[in-house]
Design a protein around this ligand. Structure first.
Ligand code: ACO
Length: 353
């Protein structure tokens, strides 16, 4: 009997687990559907810097078939076409082959942009021919493509550097930042910065918050931002807790900020309604925050990974915000679906250019 009741319980648990999973996946699919439908309404050209990579080619096929974007695969044309054929993918993708064709104008542009940063003319020609991250960055900078994805085959910082050097930040931005959207059963949170700025000052935190709030609106989510710390509204004062506190002041003084933001606060304060409405009823946040801004890269990177792996969230990202053009740097090991999703996000970014 004990065994029976045990197995009944575990069946129930399984059922509950599956329902939760279904709800969560449902939520995350719903979020992505909003973005992918927006993308399909006006698809843009997306340069895939790692065009010879099998996953990129599979993603390009799906992106094109579903009408999300016009993919441009960067890399050796013969290799790309042969790989597509071997994979049994029946499509004729657009390919830009840096080793074939006249790309001198890209090298000249790269030289113009970087000659006062120590780059020689020869090096510029070498980079455009041999490094598809530079090629794709110049292609996007020159408006020959509307957006770019890279990162599958590189360490994150080395994939990020060429677009930072060539495309740079938007006119209203000084800092790029990486955002993950995490979907749970009943809520969605945007975590920033999870990938770029090691030790952001208060002005960097404030900028990251504004860009992440804008991103949330692309997903039809009204942002409510919390500046996270291990201190609640001045309960501990030192250099570490002062930065998020000062960032909140900057945002409260900024006439452009049209969403609630507060802090510094502990993570549980940010996401638990009872704490916000009880102990901290004076806070600008009445409802739990959905934009979580971490005080530094360690906290942000560790925090989103724990939420994803132990909290069971579906993660979409990292989405780069603050760039001059839509550029997203994938993580090594990302799946085809991650590439397709980020292509959708990039197209929606490009539509807003
Ligand atoms: N925002 C915008 N531009 C920036 C930023 C920033 N936060 N940081 C540097 N840049 C620009 C610089 O201004 C410079 O431009 P310039 O050459 O035209 O003057 C260019 O980028 C290169 O800057 P460097 O100082 O040469 O590069 P640095 O070595 O500082 O690299 C980088 C910048 C790659 C962002 C670095 O800060 C870094 O490694 N960050 C952490 C990345 C990381 O490891 N993430 C966690 C793992 S990723 C994951 O889990 C998915």
């Amino acid at each position: 009997a004990a065994m029976d009741s045990g197995s009944a319980r575990s069946e129930l648990d399984t059922q509950e687990y599956e329902e939760t999973l279904e709800a969560r996946l449902g939520k995350s699919r719903e979020m992505m559907r909003v973005v992918l439908n927006k993308a399909k309404s006006d698809p843009k050209r997306v340069a895939l810097a790692e065009g010879t990579d099998e996953k990129m080619i599979r993603a390009a096929y799906q992106i094109q078939e579903q009408g999300i974007a016009y993919p441009v695969l960067i890399g050796g044309e013969d290799e790309i076409r042969q790989t597509a054929e071997n994979l049994g993918l029946d499509f004729e993708p657009e390919v830009a082959d840096p080793q074939n064709g006249d790309w001198d104008h890209y090298a000249d542009r790269l030289y113009e942009l970087r000659r006062r940063k120590g780059l020689t003319k020869n090096e510029a020609h070498e980079l455009v021919r041999r490094d598809t991250n530079y090629f794709a960055s110049v292609m996007v900078e020159q408006d020959d493509a509307d957006a770019m994805l890279t990162g599958l085959t590189h360490h994150y910082p080395s994939a990020l550097r060429p677009p930072l050097q060539v495309v740079g930040t938007a006119d209203d931005a000084e800092y790029a930042a990486g955002v993950y959207m995490l979907t749970f059963k009943n809520r969605v949170v945007f975590c920033a910065d999870t990938t770029v700025n090691l030790a952001p000052d208060s002005d960097v935190l404030a900028e990251i918050t504004k860009h992440t709030a804008e991103l949330a609106r692309r997903f039809n989510i009204e942002p409510r931002a919390a500046m996270l710390s291990y201190s609640n509204f001045g309960s501990v004062t030192n250099e570490g807790t002062r930065k998020p506190r000062d960032a909140v002041k900057l945002l409260h003084d900024d006439a452009e900020v049209d969403f609630p933001v507060d802090g510094e606060m502990q993570a549980d304060t940010a996401v638990v309604e009872d704490i916000l409405q009880g102990t901290y009823e004076f806070s600008d946040l009445e409802d739990p925050a959905n934009v979580l801004v971490f005080p530094n890269l360690e906290a942000g990177n560790i925090g989103y990974k724990l939420l994803q792996r132990l909290g069971g969230a579906e993660a979409i990202g990292p989405m780069l915000v603050g760039m001059g053009k839509p550029v997203h740097v994938l993580q090594r090991g990302d799946e085809v679906k991650d590439i397709v999703n980020l292509a959708g996000v990039a197209v929606v970014d490009a539509q807003n250019e």
